[in-house]
Write a protein that binds this ligand. Structure first.
Ligand SMILES: Nc1nc2c(ncn2[C@@H]2O[C@H](COP(=O)(O)OP(=O)(O)OP(=O)(O)O)[C@@H](O)[C@H]2O)c(=O)[nH]1
Ligand SMILES: [Mg+2]
Length: 355
């Protein structure tokens, strides 16, 4: 899973990236390089399990974020640069749109406005436009291809029908996500990386003083929205644990940005975590919801998937209530599950396998 931080120039993407990953922002200002970083997924359950099993090591799950240069459509030159960037954005599984609301006279404002709503509208319409162009090109190609009697012809006809529906949707300024309903349809278009098919979240980057009453951006219902002050959060990230909690209390920050954003992405992407333990380490793993146990095992090692025998599962809450694995077993809470079992969030799993 890769989540891209996308927005206009100087909206605070790199500052947010530092706040999430702890990787220093480097020099501020227009940056041309993308950066990749992993954000630790906070999980109190893992800490509890670590204590119970006296694990030497605790390894959190990670979510990968990409910090991208700003997208500008203000001049023809900028637009060309931005279109190149779109290619990189198409690779992401989810987009977090970073919109500037903070006032800072030292930082030039995109199009000389500080208006997160207008920025959201501009990005959305550019995304629609980029997808429309790509869909139209593909339709043109398919129209020629289906005139030839090839073995792929049936499939091409289906794709054409779907993309024609897509084009209508885009022309009506509706995202492609609205016409993609089945896994087959999703598969048909997955190689294009359409922007308007991707899950979105909006992050309004506010000034310290705006945190109490952050401006709200008009977004579609399925787009979650967070407001935070990226510069404050990145300062917090630089501190040691003790100093950080003192400063957080002082500044009235209850939950760190990383935790809020990771939670929001988990929910939007439908991800769940399962936990594993050995006498050495406790570890959390991320999988999409509805992942069968054998596939989840494959996330740890391909041998585990290949030689899968069974999964020994206890739900974290049951384990916690029982207080020990032994008691959980006595309570009948330890289950033996097969390959097809769908892993639930918070499952504590030991995979049995044989290769
Ligand atoms: N006051 C204030 N300044 C901020 C905030 N977030 C970012 N800045 C400042 O805005 C400037 C730009 O921030 P960056 O994080 O580099 O912005 P960016 O979106 O990565 O910029 P590009 O990569 O060039 O598009 C920096 O000088 C930051 O210190 C904020 O929440 N409040
Ligand atoms: Mg940047």
């Amino acid at each position: 899973m890769n989540i891209a931080l996308v927005g206009h120039p100087l909206s605070g993407k790199s500052t947010l990236f530092s706040a999430l990953t702890g990787i220093a922002a480097g020099s501020s200002g227009y940056s041309e390089k993308s950066r990749l970083g992993t954000v630790k997924v906070p999980d109190e359950r893992l800490d509890w399990l670590g204590e119970l099993t006296k694990a030497k090591k605790i390894i959190h799950a990670g979510l990968e974020f990409t910090d991208l240069p700003g997208l500008s459509f203000a001049t023809a030159g900028d637009q060309q640069q931005s279109l190149k960037l779109i290619g990189a954005i198409r690779q992401a599984d989810m987009l977090v749109l970073v919109l500037r609301a903070f006032e800072n006279p030292a930082v030039p404002a995109y199009r000389e406005r500080i208006d997160p709503g207008a920025d959201f509208a501009e990005l959305s319409s550019e995304f629609l436009f980029c997808d429309l162009e790509q869909v139209s090109k593909r339709i043109e190609k398919l129209e020629v291809q289906i005139t030839k009697p090839t073995p792929q012809r049936e499939h091409q006809k289906q794709e054409l029908a779907l993309l024609e529906q897509g084009r209508q949707s885009l022309e009506a300024e509706r995202p492609l996500s609205e016409i993609i309903h089945t896994p087959e349809q999703a598969k048909m278009v997955s190689s294009f990386g359409f922007l308007t098919e991707k899950p979105l979240a909006v992050l309004v980057n506010v000034s310290e003083g705006q945190r109490e009453a952050p401006p709200k951006v008009q977004t579609p219902e399925d787009v979650p929205q967070l407001a935070l002050c990226a510069s404050l959060e990145s300062e917090l990230m630089q501190l040691g644990a003790e100093e950080r909690s003192e400063f957080m209390a002082e500044m009235g920050v209850e939950t760190l940005a990383a935790q809020r954003l990771v939670g929001c992405c988990y929910e939007r992407l439908g991800l769940v975590s399962f936990l594993t333990y050995t006498h050495d380490e406790c570890r959390a793993w991320t999988v999409p919801g509805e992942t069968p146990a054998a596939e989840a095992a494959g996330k740890i090692h391909s041998d585990m998937q290949r030689g899968f025998i069974r999964a020994e599962v206890v739900a974290f809450e049951d384990l916690k209530a029982a207080g020990s694995f032994k008691q959980a077993k006595a309570d009948g809470k330890l289950r033996l599950e097969s390959k097809q079992y769908l892993v639930q969030d918070g499952d504590v799993i030991t995979f049995r396998f044989n290769v």
